[in-house]
Each structure stands twice: as C-alpha cells, then as structure tokens.
Design a protein around this ligand. Structure first.
Ligand code: PLP
Length: 462
C-alpha cells in the first residue's frame, strides 16, 4: 500500500496505531456496557475491550476516587514513601486472594506485562535468597500468552506475537498443555488422563534441567492464545504438586482470569473442588484489577516468598518509577469495592442459574448449530468460540482468510465489540473469538449480542 493511499484512507495518524490496514473509530464516551464513537455510533462491549472492563464503563465513584487521590497526592516515588492507599488496597487484595496469601505482600505495577516481569524476577530472587543460586529458569507452556515485554515474551508460546523478536529473547523450555477440543491423546475420560500426561511432561522438563528451574508460569484458563480453554480435572492439582515437590515456585498468571472474571475471585479457586487445592506462590493480576480506569497490575506474593527476601538480603532488586502509582491504586481500590458492593463475582458465576454468566453460557451454546462453529468453551464471563471450515474433521480455515478477523469486523459494523484471534491450532492456523463482557450486562443485552454475533458469523461464512 502506498503512503498516499494510507493517508487518503485515513489509516494513520500521529498516534502510532496497532495496524495500518484498518481504520479506527474515535472512541469518545463509555457508559455501562456501551462505548460511543465520535459519530455517535454505539457499540455493545461484548469483550470488555480485551477482557479488561468488568464493572462497566463510566462508573462515577471510580472517577471520584481517582480525582480525590489526585487532589490529595498525585505521586511519590516508592524509594522514598509508601502511601495509605497502597497499604490499604494491598491488604484488601491479599484478603481477596484468600487465606493462602495471609502474611504475604502485593507489588503494584502499571499493567500485566510489568507484573509478569516482576513475578519472574521475584521467583529468581526468592531462589537466590533461599540458597538455590543455580535456579534461574522459568518453565512455561506452549500456546500461552504472558505479555509483550521481552521477558514476558520469552515465557509466552504465542507464535505470532513472538516470532520476529525471538532472536532477542532468552528462552527456556516450554511444555505442552491440554486442549480438550483438539485432544492429541483421543481421550474418553474428559481428558483426566491426558491432563496427567501433560503434567508429567512438566516433571520431566524440571528433571532434565537438573535443579536449575526457579518457577513455572501458567494461565489457569488459557486466555488470548487458545481462547478460554479450561484445564481438565486433576491437571492443575498435579502441576502444583510437581512444583511443590521439586522446589519450583508456582506462578499463576491471572491477568485475564483474575478479579472475578471466571465467577471466582481468582480462577485457581475452581480447583478447590478437587482434592488438593492449587495454591500459587505468586499470583499476577491486571486488566480487571482496575477495570481499565487506570493502568494497574499487581503481583501478589505469598508469605513464604516475601519472608525469604525480608529475612534474607532485605531488598527486592527491582523497580519501576510508576510502582504503586497512587491514582491507579485508588482506582483499583474503588473497583474492588464496587465488585463487592454489586456482587459482581457472583454475577459472573456461570454455574448458578439466573446470573449473567449462566445466561451468557446458554446463549453462546446456541451458536453450536452454525456450520462454522466448532467449539464453545469457557467459564464465568470468559468464553471462546472456535471456528472451523469442517466440523467433522475440525479442519481450521486457511489463515489467510482471516475468518475470526472478518467475524470481528462484521460484529463491529453491527455495533458489537468482540476480541478475534488466530493461531489456536498450531500458532498460525485456527480462528477464535473471546467474549468477556462487563458483569453488569443484562439478559437482553446478552441476547442481542449473541444474535448480532450469529449474524456476523453467517455473513463471514457466505
Ligand atoms: C494472561 C495474560 N498475561 C499477561 C498479559 C499482558 O498484560 P498487558 O497487556 O496488560 O501488559 C495479558 C494480556 O492480554 C494476558 O492475557
């Protein structure tokens, strides 16, 4: 495309955009589940932007809390001060994360990728502090996504987002992960056995690394790369047990799944129904933590991790200028209060009839009768719809057709925002959408959204 064509079609501006191949509407206002552009077109935010917004747009009490903090004190540097808002919100977050985090501590950042970088370095420093100086590797899973910075990319498995940067990245072993719709083991037991085989793969990788593994990072439910794939029963418990037995820290990346999105405070809690609970040493949150009102991430560290540093060298060798930014932290604290007062975690619970989560599950399941819909999966208010060219053989569409992208564009024309992705089959092929609306969505809005989605899929198929 020539420079003049790009300029004529308004495909670029002074703010560097994600793509020069599509126009971006100018967003000017948000309220509840809706966003408006400068031409007054209304969009139903069926994906919470990118699984970010959980409490709804335009909530005045969050804006007021941020403004009040800004009036009192806009910023101090964490090398000189802590703040009441950071101390209070950290305690509230530890309580929200559950008993396992009693006596732990929270490190606030400006988003998911910064939090992942922090968690990786925290795991490394923990091992050094406890005398395990050789432990420096972080194992992770193929087809995962942990962020855009180079350290986070190194532990991610999302081929498309990594490929050209790989020469710049220091990589460690990636292990396979269960993906029941495309199970490689032909399971007939809801993938219980194959889950155990994938867990065993982790143990082999840890053994092969000969005492040099510091941590294992995983998404309790695969987010962007695979599209809301839930783990088979027993898999996460087995993984947690392997890490514990081998002195490897368990790092749960709940950037997308945390803060109520899956109908639990954190998605690892779904494993509580199993015999041994999955209790991560480090839990990472972002996105829903501030619901998008301010850039905010959090690394929630258990007592064991914090104490190793506090009682050891005495200082975490890491920091960003904008750690625990008071205005962002004030936004997060107000968001958590809103989540509690409006009972939004309960609203997201898809296992309870009468909730938004359950209504979304039932409505999305109805898409299965479309030829192009191969799978509908998820939990709470985080769902994936996977598209196939042939339902029987599960053959994906040719990647060049950009099927998910075309469904996304057809949705947008209809005033519906979804989150299309490619690569779920092998990193390149495979099309899916993420659906992750704010928890304040009504049943009527869910039905309207799914109807528009159905029509958009039909349009993209014909
Ligand atoms: C599971 C997971 N981890 C980390 C990240 C990176 O977060 P951010 O985009 O806020 O840097 C994302 C973003 O989508 C994510 O889904």
């Amino acid at each position: 495309m020539t420079e003049s064509t790009i300029a004529r079609q308004n495909l670029r501006g002074p703010a560097l955009r994600r793509s020069f191949r599509k126009p971006y509407p100018l967003a000017v206002r948000g309220d509840g589940v809706y966003v408006w552009d400068a031409e007054r077109k209304r969009y139903l935010d069926f994906s919470g932007s990118a699984a970010v917004n959980f409490i709804g747009h335009g909530v005045h009490e969050i804006v007021d809390a941020m403004a009040e903090q800004a009036r009192q004190l806009e910023f101090v540097h964490t090398s000189q001060f802590t703040t009441p808002v950071a101390e209070e919100f950290a305690q509230e977050l530890l309580d929200f994360a559950g008993q396992h985090f009693t006596g732990g501590a929270v490190y606030f950042t400006s988003g998911g990728s910064e939090s992942i970088e922090t968690a990786l370095k925290l795991a490394r420093q923990y091992q050094v502090e406890v005398g395990e100086k050789n432990r420096h590797q972080i194992l992770s899973r193929n087809q995962s996504y942990h962020g855009a910075t180079l350290g986070a990319l190194a532990v991610s498995g999302n081929r498309k987002r990594r490929e050209i940067y790989l020469p710049m990245v220091r990589e460690f072993e990636h292990v396979g992960m269960p993906y029941c719709y495309r199970c490689a083991f032909d399971c007939t037991d809801s993938c219980y056995n194959c889950g155990q085989q994938y867990a065993a793969e982790l143990e082999h990788a840890i053994e092969a690394a000969k005492g040099s593994v510091a941590g294992f990072i995983f998404e309790p439910m695969s987010g962007a790369t695979l599209g809301a794939v839930t783990p088979p029963p027993g898999y996460l418990a087995a993984v947690a047990d392997i890490c514990r037995r081998n002195g490897v820290l368990l790092i749960a990346d709940e950037v997308m799944t945390g803060m109520g999105r899956t109908g639990r405070n954190f998605a690892v809690e779904h494993s509580r129904v199993e015999s041994s609970a999955v209790t991560p040493d480090i839990l990472v949150a972002a996105k829903g933590l501030s619901s998008g009102y301010a850039p905010l991430g959090a690394v929630i560290a258990s007592r064991k991790v914090v104490h190793a540093i506090a009682g050891g060298s005495g200082a975490f060798l890491h920091g960003f200028t904008y750690n625990a930014h008071p205005i962002s932290v004030a936004a997060g604290r107000a968001v958590l209060r809103r989540i509690r007062s409006q009972k939004l975690v309960q609203a997201a619970d898809s296992s309870i009839e009468g909730t938004a989560g359950s209504a979304l599950r039932v409505a999305l399941e109805s898409l299965r009768n479309l030829d192009a819909v191969g799978d509908v999966r998820g939990l709470g208010l985080l769902w994936g719809v996977e598209f196939v060219a042939d339902k029987k053989t599960k053959t994906p569409f040719p990647p060049a057709e950009n099927f998910a992208g075309r469904v996304g564009q057809a949705c947008q024309r209809r005033g519906l925002l979804v989150y299309p992705m490619q690569g779920c089959v092998d990193g390149t092929a495979g099309d899916h959408l993420l659906i992750a609306p704010p928890a304040v969505i009504t049943f009527d809005e869910i039905h309207w959204g799914v109807e528009q989605l159905r029509n958009a899929i039909i349009e993209a198929t014909s």
